[in-house]
Design a protein around this ligand. Structure first.
Ligand code: ADP
Ligand code: MG
Length: 206
């Protein structure tokens, strides 16, 4: 993936989030405060306006800019969390103009560490981490020296959506959804859902 492709993928993510805005907000209505789709769409709309100015930048700078934009434009907790994720990925990609499959996996790895640190959450608390961590684990497990990126990404997407299903079975103990306690059972986590759409979009772009 070169710089132009990364910009295309970010545009596609923005379009996907816009398309799923209502749905993500509905999910957050049930166990949160009904703004996840609105938050994500606002953030990625601002990202889209910045992309044309980033055409001659390296991938690290692009991802860092995305992260900073999300932190500064998204009011909800998902802004700082996704923002940290993109900024951490940007640090890993500093100076690079090509992203390999191994780079991508490394980006997801440091993004997860960033989200964990920022949100003080672990796997199993009904957050975006419950889609992110299984996706990373599945991709790492499937990785072989001659693996096709699209195949590995598709495996990650499958694991992410399984993670979303898993969030229906557990009680939220972090974020706003923790306020509804047991009532959160049976409902999927909005952040795990948005992450799965993002990964799915990246996979579809390959
Ligand atoms: P807010 O909760 O502030 O309204 P959003 O609705 O945009 O923000 O985002 C909610 C999502 O953020 C949740 O569905 C969950 O996936 C994620 N989230 C919330 N708190 C945490 C946390 N401490 N760690 C990881 N993810 C979290
Ligand atoms: Mg919310």
């Amino acid at each position: 993936m070169d710089t132009a492709k990364v910009l295309d993928v970010l545009n596609a993510i923005g379009a996907k989030i816009e398309e799923q805005k209502e749905y993500l907000t509905e999910l957050d209505n049930v166990i949160g405060d009904g703004d996840h789709g609105i938050n994500m769409a606002r953030g990625f709309q601002m990202v889209e306006t910045k992309l044309p100015t980033l055409a001659d930048k390296d991938i690290g700078t692009i991802l860092k800019t995305v992260g900073m934009t999300l932190v500064s434009t998204v009011g909800g907790s998902s802004g700082p969390l996704y923002g940290t994720a993109f900024m951490k990925a940007g640090m890993t990609m500093a100076g690079k103009t090509e992203m390999s499959l191994e780079d991508f996996i490394q980006c997801l790895d440091v993004a997860i560490e960033g989200v964990k640190m920022r949100g003080k959450a672990v796997q199993g608390e009904k957050t975006m981490l419950d889609a992110m961590i299984p996706a990373l684990d599945a991709m790492k497990a499937a990785l072989t020296p001659d693996a096709a990126p699209k195949t590995i990404l598709e495996i990650g997407v499958g694991a992410a959506w399984e993670g979303v299903e898993y969030t229906k079975t557990i009680i939220a103990t972090k974020g706003r959804a923790s306020y509804v306690g047991e009532r959160s059972i049976g409902h999927q986590d909005p952040g795990a859902t948005s992450f799965s759409y993002i990964l799915e979009t990246i996979s579809n772009c390959l």
